[in-house]
Design a protein around this ligand. Structure first.
Ligand SMILES: Cc1ncc(COP(=O)(O)O)c(C=O)c1O
Length: 406
């Protein structure tokens, strides 16, 4: 029977996530087992030969660095969240950390070429580009994607740009750039576009809808949501990994995720939509409270009218604005440090996207590896505070912030 297009449509994010850990293993386990094994036995020599020759009819797995059923389950789920609006499918590839995913993706797409990168990005990604990429023969140029003409000027100056790298919501400044325009332009010039979608998650921004080629995540954050793993993923539309030999890059750099970390990520994904709804509800309440507080100098939250990228945000974000807030307290470095020492409900810790609130000071913590000059250019001031609003009671979070602000 021919299915109607309505029946053929993809499942929604809520359904994919609630059933993220469903298994079809041979014992009938409901929840995906943790295939905690380094190697897989072959039924006979022919099965092993066929596996390595990529011929059908051989073994399905050989060695967990190349592929593991629990890891593959998480890869399929996360890739399908990113591709939920597409007619085609996407593939995922999990890594032992977000940084392993990002650096492997960059090496695969830009070896021997130049990366044009957004200048305000996560500290370790920035450090890799500033200090290490060139030693591997990758040229690096930074640009401000929100500065009109900066993209075009960079391409005019450098003929060797092979990859444009962006964060869909920049860490920690919360700037949002026009993924569609940048992807269109980069593709016209023959370059790929890679986006770190960690802050936004596919709940809020789906970069494939705007032409992006490769999506990276630190799954450590919202996708796991419970602060129990370090992990990363790359997601791409079908055939992109084959085209770019990404499996070989991961196999040989060896940054593959372990099965237990993938399993913990699957457990977290089950409640991903519920958590994101709660982060949103609290995020906007806390942002409004902070914005109106006399001791807060400035604040960046995509859901407030004053955000400099509001027009782009309304075009590319959906389902609310998330739980990440960056704000500056009057009084600079010391005022910021005194404040984070006084808060009691958010935990003073790096990382983000946990069910519980986390607060940190980028200038001395996550972005301490970024040079002072680049911090200044990127707007990472000494008094900037980054708050990952959790799903506790918004009233409790606000009361605590109010007391700590004094
Ligand atoms: C936006 C962003 N990308 C990547 C990373 C790196 O992820 P991981 O710590 O899992 O390597 C982080 C970590 O904080 C991040 O905030």
């Amino acid at each position: 029977m021919e299915l109607t297009s309505e029946k053929r449509r993809k499942k929604s994010i809520e359904t994919i996530c609630a059933q993220a850990d469903h298994s079809n293993d041979s014992f009938g386990a409901h929840v995906m087992p943790i295939y905690q094994t380094s190697t897989f036995k072959f039924n006979d020599a022919e099965a092993g030969r066929r596996f390595f020759a990529h011929e059908p009819g051989g073994a399905t797995h050989s060695y967990s660095r190349l592929g593991n059923p629990t890891v593959q389950k998480a890869e399929v789920v996360i890739a399908s969240l990113e591709a939920v609006d597409l007619d085609e499918e996407a593939e995922g590839m999990m890594f032992g950390s977000g940084m392993a995913a990002i650096t492997t993706g960059m090496m695969a797409l830009a070896a021997g070429k130049r990366i044009l990168s957004q200048e305000t990005i996560y500290g370790c990604t920035s450090q890799f580009l500033e200090e290490e990429a060139e030693r591997f023969g990758i040229g690096v140029t930074f640009f401000d994607p929100n500065e009109p003409g900066a993209l075009e000027m960079a391409f005019a100056r450098h003929e060797d740009i092979g990859l444009v790298f962006l964060e869909s919501i920049a860490n920690p400044t919360m700037r949002v750039c026009d993924l569609e325009h940048i992807s269109d332009y980069a593709h016209q010039k023959g370059a790929y576009v890679m986006v770190d979608n960690t802050f936004a998650t596919p709940w809020h921004i789906r970069p494939f809808n705007f032409g992006v080629d490769l999506i990276a995540h630190s799954t450590t954050k919202y996708l796991n949501g419970h602060g129990t793993t370090i992990g990363g993923i790359l997601a791409a539309r079908n055939s992109f990994f084959e085209l770019t030999e990404m499996h070989t890059w991961r196999k040989n750099f060896g940054g593959t995720a372990g099965p237990f970390d993938a399993w913990l990520t699957l457990m977290g994904l089950k409640t991903f939509p519920l958590r994101m709804k709660a982060h949103n509800e609290n995020g906007i309440k806390v942002a409004q409270f902070l914005q109106n507080h006399p001791k807060v100098e400035s604040l960046a939250y995509p859901g407030l009218p004053g955000h400099p990228d509001k027009e782009i945000i309304e075009r590319i974000m959906m389902n609310g604005y998330g739980g990440m807030i960056a704000f500056e307290i009057k009084g600079g470095m010391q005022a910021g440090i005194d404040f984070i020492n006084r808060v009691k409900v958010p935990t003073l810790a790096v990382s983000l996207g946990n069910v519980d609130s986390l607060i940190q000071h980028p200038a001395s913590m996550t972005h301490s590896v970024v040079t002072r000059e680049n911090k200044e250019k990127a707007g990472i001031t000494d008094g900037l505070i980054r708050l990952s609003v959790g799903v506790e009671s918004a009233d409790d979070i606000i009361a605590d912030l109010e007391e700590a602000l004094g």
